[in-house]
Design a protein around this ligand. Structure first.
Ligand code: SF4
Length: 361
């Protein structure tokens, strides 16, 4: 790229960013820990959704020490509703590692940052450029779109080679005097002006330098090969409760929604009739449990599968819940008997929160 072209793009973008940037709580700080928290929350989540979570999170865990010393259940509770809970677990693990191995100071070089759980190329670039003013690219979906449009790159953005090409271009463009504003400016341009379906090219500060706009091809970019259709998973979830208790299960320590709490549930790859579900419930949870009336249907979409959930009330015919509470962990049903007043302490996936609300005292 010619130096003049680089300078022109830099100046246009920086000028626009300072005049148009949104006031966001994480833009009021240069604390690398707070930048880290915000960047993890912003992955796959909209800015408006993140703002109240970010504020509440940093109020409870204002420093690395506060978060490192917190119980995981408390961290997950603060994250409740934000989704992608492995982000919270990795952030927690990462912060503990920074406390133990780096004396509580977020490392200032990319190689070390990438060794910390939950920190990938993008997050490392964002922390280094925003908090430490280092000339490191931070390539997210917005930046990929903006750069492939400006430079008319007709390659699949899911390919590593395309990401490397974009990274190389951003490295050439980042100005030494203000990497933080430049990277944030690229992201902001993608969020506010160079949007996926209706880019406002007439208001765009880099329009004079944009190759795809010149050829009116901006809506064809970026190229993203279609992903496979995500499969449905059919789930039945049971509300088994009396006026003081509800029965719950805790998800496994690893994998999807790890450690969160949920209603006793069974999953199948095919849809089943009520009779077929009842049969499975007997096999899996015991003969005593009978399906009652239907509570409702819910849907939850993950990146790799979709849960279609039928929620039913269920009854015990032989044993009541208080008996189970007395038996504590000896009961054969794998259920935990939870007092209703304790429900507010436990973290649930977003899809179950509405149901659980009904049972909180
Ligand atoms: S001119 Fe249009 S396509 Fe090019 S960067 Fe600006 S908004 Fe995007």
């Amino acid at each position: 790229m010619a130096t003049k072209g680089i300078n022109n793009i830099q100046q246009a973008l920086l000028h626009w960013f300072y005049a148009n940037k949104r006031e966001l709580p994480w833009r009021e700080t240069k604390d690398p820990y707070l930048i880290w928290v915000s960047e993890i929350m912003l992955q796959q989540t909209k800015v408006d959704t993140v703002i109240p979570y970010y504020k509440a999170f940093i109020k409870e865990f204002p420093t690395i020490n506060h978060l490192a010393e917190a119980k995981e259940e408390r961290v997950l509770k603060r994250w409740e509703g934000l989704g992608y809970y492995s982000r919270a677990k990795n952030l927690h693990r990462g912060v503990k590692e920074v406390k133990e191995s780096y004396m509580g100071e977020v490392p200032k070089d990319k190689e070390t940052l990438l060794k910390i759980p939950g920190i990938g190329d993008y997050t490392a670039g964002a922390i280094l450029s925003i908090a430490y003013q280092k000339e490191e690219p931070a390539i997210d979906g917005n930046v990929l779109r903006v750069i492939t449009r400006i430079f008319r790159i007709f390659e699949d953005i899911n390919k590593v080679s395309t990401k490397r090409e974009v990274e190389g271009l951003v490295k050439e463009l980042i100005p030494a005097e203000d990497p933080s504003a430049f990277n944030q400016g690229l992201m902001e341009l993608g969020a506010l002006i160079c949007t996926p379906k209706s880019p406002k090219c007439g208001e765009c500060p880099v329009q004079p330098f944009c190759e795809s706009e010149k050829y009116n091809e901006q809506l064809f970019l970026p190229i993203k090969k279609k992903k496979k259709k995500i499969p449905n998973v059919y789930r039945i979830s049971l509300i088994i409760a009396d006026d003081k208790h509800i029965l719950l299960t805790q998800r496994p320590k690893e994998g999807l929604l790890a450690d969160l709490w949920e209603l006793p549930s069974i999953e199948q790859e095919q849809p089943l009739s009520e009779e077929e579900w009842q049969l499975l419930i007997h096999q899996q949870f015991g003969e005593e449990i009978e399906l009652g009336e239907k509570w409702g249907s819910l849907k939850h979409i993950f990146s790799h599968k979709k849960w279609l959930i039928e929620v039913y009330r269920a009854n015990f015919s032989k044993m009541d819940i208080s008996m189970m509470e007395k038996e504590k962990n000896k009961n054969k049903h794998q259920f935990n008997v939870i007092k209703r007043e304790n429900l507010k302490e436990l973290p649930f996936p977003r899809v179950y929160q509405e149901i659980i609300k009904e049972f909180r005292i």
